[in-house]
Design a protein around this ligand. Structure first.
Ligand code: HEM
Length: 506
């Protein structure tokens, strides 16, 4: 009898415990759902209770849905995003959202590119809530961005070798698949900076970083289709995810011994018996200052964040230039004049104001993504518009101002001189450089999480473009210049685009 009573009370305690745990788990989700339901939903249609069709329309018609949403709900609204409902913040609050540390980026990145899954360590190491991300950001700001002046000559040296090899030395017209021809050049430039002059010519490593980055996005796209719990299970069995994990192992095999040897050279250089190498391995080592980090994984992270974004910008800029060939002669004149005056230094690149304007205009019309990286609200936050963002909500800032006549008259037109002319306005000399960020141009984001690699990306794009324009005649291989591919928030320069080029006789 006593034993039964005891069993009953144990059972009751377990049941109460379970109920409390369940309430604790579900209550915040329920409260968030109630708060979210007060925020208007864009593209709402009668009789549509699920987001399935809304999500499909977002993929096909993202820009128009956002534009209509902003006109109808200027204080902010929700959309049916690919991974979940997301709150769209109007661009006038870009300053507010992007400088408030209560908004973080790792959670939306995890929802989108699964950075905490096995195989995705590269992305997690420089984008997640990790110590190595903090070290990497410090390294970018205090070492790479500060050393760009010294790195310009290395970039010019590598660009001339890489472009001559991949674009050819023939004076006859020949065809190139543009994106892959640009990718191989950017990959070499980026590897030169992060790993030095030997590895940037190692075909095994170059192939691996390109494939690892592509595979990261392929796996993430597949896994996004499933709820988190299921995605965590099926990633163990998916072939592409297995390949991704194998690529991490291959990276360790290829790079591990090289890095170890390189760091020995650093020690010898400290003792004065070797020259100090100048690259990302050394700068990361100095920044870490004895704290643990994984140098191989960091290099994989660079491949995901740096190479394809820069390739996309350079590819689209070349396409815009061949669509507006009248800009080529003034660009050549500027490059010729500035290099004749100053040689190749970072200052030289800064003086190329028309080239800078051309790239910025391309990025205005076709940024890499239609919205800044998402943000996660770590607590309930009220916008100046009165919009209450519940804790745990995903938000992002609309880029609509980049496509607005008020800020950019004839905004649909590509005008290579647009920012060149804006910089002539008094006090605006520095506001409209490619690397400047502001709420009306969010191509590199803005505020706390603005891209730390934009100075390097700008240098790489400008060096490569200068070399291409001065050494090649170029035209589109098709009658119409291929349009970018837009898939929801992803805006990508057309991978099918072909270019006709011939080496100029100088
Ligand atoms: C044209 C090339 C590039 C484009 C268009 C680009 C674009 C962006 C954008 C839009 C963001 C998010 C900003 C925000 O949410 O406010 C970002 C963040 C970031 N980018 Fe880039 N990026 C480029 C090149 C690079 C390069 C070369 C590197 C590194 C070598 C890099 C490393 C990063 C990192 C680490 C972050 C996260 C910053 C943080 O969370 O604080 N990016 N980038």
């Amino acid at each position: 009898m006593l034993a039964t009573k005891y069993q009953d009370s144990v059972f009751a305690s377990i049941l109460i415990g379970l109920i409390i745990a369940l309430v604790k788990l579900l209550l915040p989700i329920w409260v968030r759902a109630i708060k979210l339901s007060r925020i208007p939903l864009a593209d709402k249609r009668p009789g549509e209770f699920l987001d399935t069709k809304r999500k499909q329309r977002m993929v096909q018609n993202y820009r128009q849905i956002l534009k209509d949403g902003l006109e109808k709900y200027p204080g902010g609204f929700q959309i049916a995003g690919e991974t979940s409902r997301q709150i769209v913040i109007p661009p006038q609050y870009a300053n507010f959202v992007n400088v408030d540390p209560r908004f973080t980026t790792a959670e939306p990145l995890d929802a989108f590119i699964k950075i905490t899954f096995a195989g995705f360590e590269g992305s997690n190491s420089i984008l997640g809530h990790t110590k190595s991300k903090d070290m990497f950001l410090t390294m970018m700001r205090s070492k790479i961005n500060k050393n760009l002046g010294n790195l310009t000559e290395d970039l010019v040296d590598e660009a001339s070798a890489a472009i001559s090899e991949t674009w050819g030395l023939e004076n006859e017209w020949h065809e190139l698949p543009l994106m892959s021809a640009v990718l191989s050049v950017v990959c070499r430039l980026s590897t030169r900076v992060f790993l030095g002059p030997d590895l940037c010519k190692n075909p095994d490593w170059l192939q691996l970083v390109v494939r690892y980055a592509i595979n990261t996005f392929v796996c993430a796209r597949t896994l996004r289709r499933y709820p988190e719990v299921i995605a965590r299970i099926i990633q163990c069995f998916l072939k592409d995810c297995r390949v991704l994990r194998n690529q991490v192992a291959t990276a360790r095999r290829l790079l591990g011994p090289y890095i170890a040897k390189h760091l020995e050279t650093v020690e010898s250089a400290r003792r004065g018996i070797a020259d100090m190498p100048r690259d990302g391995i050394v700068w990361m080592h100095e920044t870490a200052n004895g704290q643990p980090y994984d140098p191989v994984i960091i290099q994989l992270g660079v491949s995901v964040t740096a190479i394809h974004t820069t390739t996309d910008l350079l590819t689209q800029t070349i396409l815009d230039i061949v669509a507006h060939p009248e800009i080529i002669t003034p660009l050549r004149k500027e490059i010729e004049q500035v290099v004749a005056e100053d040689g190749w230094r970072n200052m030289t690149l800064q003086k190329m104001k028309l080239l800078d304007s051309v790239v910025k205009e391309t990025q205005r019309l076709k940024p890499a993504s239609g919205a800044t990286t998402g943000r996660y609200a770590n607590e309930e936050i009220t916008l100046p518009s009165g919009l209450v963002i519940p804790k745990g909500a995903f938000v992002f800032t609309s880029m609509q101002r980049m496509w607005d006549d008020e800020d950019y008259p004839d905004h649909e037109e590509w005008d290579g001189y647009r920012f060149y002319n804006k910089r002539k306005e008094p006090g605006k000399e520095n506001s409209y450089q490619l690397v400047s960020t502001c709420p009306e141009h969010l191509g590199f984001g803005h505020g706390l999480h603005a891209c730390p690699g934009r100075f390097l990306a700008a240098a790489e794009v400008k060096v490569a473009l200068s070399y291409i324009l001065m050494n090649y005649d170029l035209e589109c291989a098709t009658q119409e210049v291929p349009k970018p591919l837009i898939n929801g928030m992803e805006f990508m320069s057309n991978p099918e685009a072909k270019l006709r080029v011939r080496r100029r006789k100088l």
